[in-house]
Design a binder for this molecule. Structure first.
Ligand SMILES: Nc1ncnc2c1ncn2[C@@H]1O[C@H](COP(=O)(O)OP(=O)(O)OP(=O)(O)O)[C@@H](O)[C@H]1O
Length: 694
């Protein structure tokens, strides 16, 4: 196990079994030898489905020839996770939210017709009424908005800006010029204070830079590895090459080209590259390659991959399973919301790789007999900066304590921190810094638009959002909210407006969360109302638009959210409703993006007024639906208590004899940690924690 010090390490745990690299290379299938598409494949649906959407940037070539293998699979595939979902209680006992919304729409329509005294129309069948209403709505929107749309589009186009978008909306009003004045005031104030402290700051910066130079491997100290242009020159074995082909990866992306050779050498790595640039395979490929040569006489868990959310861990598990599809490497997924028992029995078999969220992993460490991390040789943290946030210190310390000191550690994020104090916690060994794109930059294919919300007009956000989504961004659109309640409420509003929306946040059951993502992925809903639970890492193919209902308070969080579109070299659009208090964030966005990628979008007043009144009309319906849900929840909770009490009585002896599960944090500790995490992640604004404890 002395591989970390060795100069060239292809194996895990057994230096004697280093393969003959040349032989392995020669054994690789001739992937670049592309056959021509035959007539049947040409123009076929399947071949089309494999074509990259939008503009594909260099570094993202998908191999259309899959060498007789299946079509390129979705990375967001929950088939395996679904198999270990916990059983739902009382399924179908109450109406679903969508049913409630449909019922409410129908009742509102009937009430309208009754008020107009049109009894004939009231006899139209239920379905016809809903359809009729939908098409009425569409006509209304389309016909009324043609002119406005033109105006709005040209406003958006003409507003490509060369600095911070002025965000003054329709020009000329008094109010506008007042705001302009206050804007310049804020700027000059901050410049003044910047001037005063700049000398001190540069001193601090220098000290910090010196610490970084001492901590990270200097570029010239790092191993001299070429940046291979293809996977075939990386000396990967045939099985891994087949896995890559199965995923449709023909050429490495820059982060993969830079990282894979370093990781194969056993180096510790801090990797940063823009969202959607292929970081997952950048760590999975070298891990799997090295595991191929592990000693096989005893089963040992050698690799631990930590992800901040359940969905991300499931996604990573999926990619890993597909990449390892032609190997004998076993992987276990350990996340909350899925069956604890199933995970326990899988862990007993000592899978080669464990992919986990920290909370559930600690639960297993404490309570699953014989599970330990004593033989971990590689530790990976995906979205590492998130997991190094202050609030998660205790969890991380517990996990790091359980891993051997001598191991390879790899950290990845689109907003990777180089804060030495944070990294020291992980006891890295002279990590190599791999930063592919300028830090804090958004994906190249992304256009960022900003829509101004006037001072003291926060209530206009819903109308603005509805107008944008009804008229322009009609599908494959993810919308981010600061709270679960806001996301839920907007799902109801969209439903009542006749738009197909799903929701994704921590108030849903795990089944509900997976279902929401699947429905969105498969186009059964056009909009996904999400909290920051979905901000990081999720890879849903073909998201065209990300909308921020409110601007996040931290810039990295903004970058992760908008990074759900324009992935893998494609193009996409992010739209942010921006208020007065968001100016700092707006400036950062402008500063870190090419000028032609920043635009201002103006929603005309007339349109805004129309949607404002539509939304206002829905207030009572929304309230009624939420009240009904609350009532059902109370009934459900009461029933659960009864079942629990009955179980306690019926199975008293068995329950008493079970070993007690232990928790590493008390409820109070958890709450404190959560509060710290909230403050670091969401700035001053109190938001709910998007990180899964389990
Ligand atoms: N070599 C490659 N060739 C073609 N497509 C690739 C390649 N590597 C990754 N991809 C695809 O690019 C997309 C983004 O990859 P991935 O999810 O790993 O990005 P990421 O950098 O981890 O993003 P984030 O920072 O948002 O987590 C995925 O759909 C993946 O299948």
């Amino acid at each position: 196990m002395a591989f970390i010090e060795d100069d060239f390490i292809m194996t895990i745990g057994d230096d004697d079994e280093v393969p003959d690299l040349e032989a392995v290379a020669n054994d690789s299938p001739p992937l670049q030898n592309k056959r021509k598409l035959n007539g049947k494949q040409k123009g076929s649906k399947k071949a089309k489905a494999q074509e990259p959407e939008g503009d594909m940037a260099k570094g993202f070539l998908v191999d259309l020839e899959t060498d007789g293998l299946d079509a390129v699979p979705q990375t967001l595939d929950f088939t395996l996770a679904r198999a270990s979902l916990k059983k739902r209680r009382n399924p179908g006992m109450y109406s679903t939210l969508d049913e409630k919304i449909a019922l409410s729409r129908r009742a509102a329509k009937l009430a309208k017709l009754a008020a107009l005294d049109k009894p004939d129309e009231m006899e139209v069948s239920e379905e016809e009424k809903v359809e009729e209403e939908d098409s009425d709505n569409d006509d209304e929107v389309e016909s009324a908005s043609d002119e406005e749309e033109d105006a709005e589009d040209s406003a958006a186009e003409s507003a490509s800006v060369a600095g911070t978008p002025a965000l003054e909306g329709e020009s000329g009003s008094e109010a506008e010029s007042d705001e302009e004045e206050s804007e310049s005031e804020v700027d000059s104030e901050s410049e003044e204070s910047e001037g005063e402290s700049s000398a001190e700051e540069s001193e601090v910066d220098e000290i910090e830079e010196a610490r970084k130079r001492a901590y990270f491997a200097a570029p010239e100290e790092g191993p001299a590895v070429d940046m291979p242009e293809s996977f075939t020159t990386m000396n990967l074995s045939r099985q891994i090459m087949k896995g890559l082909t199965k995923l449709g990866f023909a050429q490495p992306t820059p982060i993969q080209a830079r990282t894979i050779p370093l990781a194969l050498l056993g180096k510790d790595i801090c990797g940063g590259a823009q969202t959607g640039s292929g970081k997952t395979a950048a760590f999975l490929v070298p891990i799997l390659e090295r595991l191929l040569y592990r000693p096989k006489n005893t089963a040992v868990t050698r690799v631990l991959i930590l992800c901040p959310t359940r969905e991300l861990a499931i996604q990573c598990h999926n990619v890993s399973t597909k990449l390892a599809g032609f190997t004998d490497i076993s992987t276990c997924l350990c996340v909350g919301g899925l069956s604890l028992k199933q995970q326990e029995s899988e862990l007993k078999l000592r899978p080669d790789v464990v992919i986990a969220t920290p909370g559930r992993l600690i639960d297993h460490l404490r309570n699953s007999q014989s599970f330990h991390l004593d033989q971990i040789e590689i530790l990976v943290m995906d979205e590492a900066d998130r997991m190094l946030d202050d609030g998660f210190e205790d969890e991380l310390t517990e996990i790091i304590k359980a891993c051997p000191q001598k191991r390879q550690t790899m950290l990845f994020s689109a907003t990777m921190t180089d804060n030495v104090d944070k990294l020291i916690r992980l006891s890295l060994q002279k990590p190599v810094r791999v930063q592919i794109d300028p830090p804090k930059s958004a994906a190249r294919g992304l256009t960022q638009e900003f829509v101004r919300v006037r001072t003291n007009k926060d209530e206009d956000r819903t109308a603005l959002l509805a107008a944008l989504c009804k008229r322009h961004f009609k599908s494959k659109c993810i919308i981010f909210f600061r709270s679960k309640a806001a996301a839920h409420q907007m799902k109801i509003i969209f439903g009542l407006l006749g738009m197909r929306a799903g929701e994704l946040h921590g108030n849903l059951s795990q089944e509900g969360r997976l279902q929401a993502l699947e429905q969105f992925r498969d186009g059964h809903v056009d909009f996904l109302m999400a909290t920051d639970l979905a901000a990081r890492g999720l890879d849903v193919t073909g998201i065209d638009t990300v909308i921020n209902y409110t601007m996040p308070t931290q810039f990295p969080q903004y970058l992760h959210r908008i990074g759900r579109t324009a992935r893998a070299g494609r193009s996409g659009r992010a739209i942010t409703l921006i208020g007065e208090t968001d100016r700092k964030m707006l400036k950062l966005a402008v500063k870190n993006s090419p000028k032609d990628k920043i635009k201002q979008r103006v929603v005309p007043n007339e349109t805004l007024n129309k949607y404002r009144s539509k939304v206002d009309d829905l207030v009572d319906q929304v309230k009624d639906i939420i009240a009904e849900e609350r009532q059902e929840k109370m009934l459900n909770d009461a029933e659960m208590q009864v079942t629990k009490a009955t179980n306690l009585i019926q199975h008293k002896d068995e329950i008493k004899n079970r070993p007690r599960r232990t928790w590493f944090q008390s409820t109070k500790d958890r709450k404190e940690a959560k509060d710290v995490a909230d403050r670091t992640y969401a700035g001053k604004i109190k938001s709910k924690r998007s990180y899964d404890k389990n």
